[in-house]
Design a protein around this ligand. Structure first.
Ligand code: ADP
Length: 233
């Protein structure tokens, strides 16, 4: 079995919207995969199924051999510890410093403070933000805040990193820098990265696997793909 597998997955929300229809997918350990498609096509839904923010209506979702669709609610935290998530809108805690924002998830695991410090310092170094550890989020640029989020996502060395439009609010130059950080994490730590995005420029320059969703249906899946939403265009 591959690291990630979706088998005949359907997601129908309670309002009747089918966000994903008969999705089948497998992703190997260490891959870098883009999920592209228009707004509302089902990209976020697909990522939410992986970290069990949503459950499939039908079908199964496997992450690291675990059927996450069947996971009991009181075991979801075990899955979440193995997955780092990065969002468009950062979701940093405004009253905590950079250091504290990154340390926060580890503290909730009850880890010893020396181990926390080592992990946080290694994560901020990897994203190139060591000199800002005492700053607060509102003292940082958008690109820097996103680096903090990436550091928070990788601090526990997860096998899987999910990014939902991580460059959505950043200008092109900063977006490219963020992609460099993600590319190096994928290469150096071997983490699997799944990134939902609209950003044509990024998808086209990265030359990675590209999975395209249209109206909840996976319409293409290409190695070293480019941003083509609709083959007819
Ligand atoms: P994308 O990430 O590609 O923009 P989403 O996965 O967010 O797409 O949404 C897919 C479809 O599901 C859209 O029609 C959206 O309105 C709908 N949807 C998403 N989340 C919910 C929800 N919690 N309840 C009802 N409908 C939802």
């Amino acid at each position: 079995m591959e690291f990630i597998e979706l088998k005949n997955v359907f997601k129908v929300y309670t309002n009747g919207v089918t966000a994903l229809a008969d999705a089948n997918l497998s992703i190997e350990k260490g891959e870098f995969v883009f999920i592209i498609g228009q707004s509302g096509s089902g990209k976020s839904t697909l990522t939410k199924l992986l970290y069990r923010e949503e459950k499939p209506t039908k079908g199964s979702v496997f992450v690291g051999g675990v059927n996450v669709s069947k996971l009991r609610d009181n075991n979801v935290y075990k899955l979440r510890r193995k997955i780092g998530v990065v969002f468009q809108d950062f979701k940093l805690l405004p009253k905590l410093t950079v250091y504290e924002n990154i340390a926060y998830p580890l503290e909730s695991y009850g880890m010893a403070s020396k181990d926390i410090r080592d992990k946080v310092l290694s994560a901020v170094e990897r994203v190139g933000l060591k000199e800002k550890i005492r700053s607060y989020p509102n003292q940082l640029s958008g690109g820097e805040q996103q680096r903090v989020c990436i550091a928070r996502a990788i601090v526990n060395e997860p096998k899987l990193i999910i990014c939902d439009e991580p460059t959505g609010d950043l200008d092109p130059k900063i977006s490219q820098e963020i992609m460099e950080v993600l590319k190096n994490i994928n290469k150096d730590l071997g983490s699997t990265i799944i990134m939902a995005t609209h950003d044509k420029e990024i998808v086209n320059t990265m030359k990675q696997r590209v999975i395209c969703i249209h109206n909840g249906v996976i319409v293409s899946d290409k190695k070293k793909g480019s941003y083509i939403e609709n083959e007819d265009n």
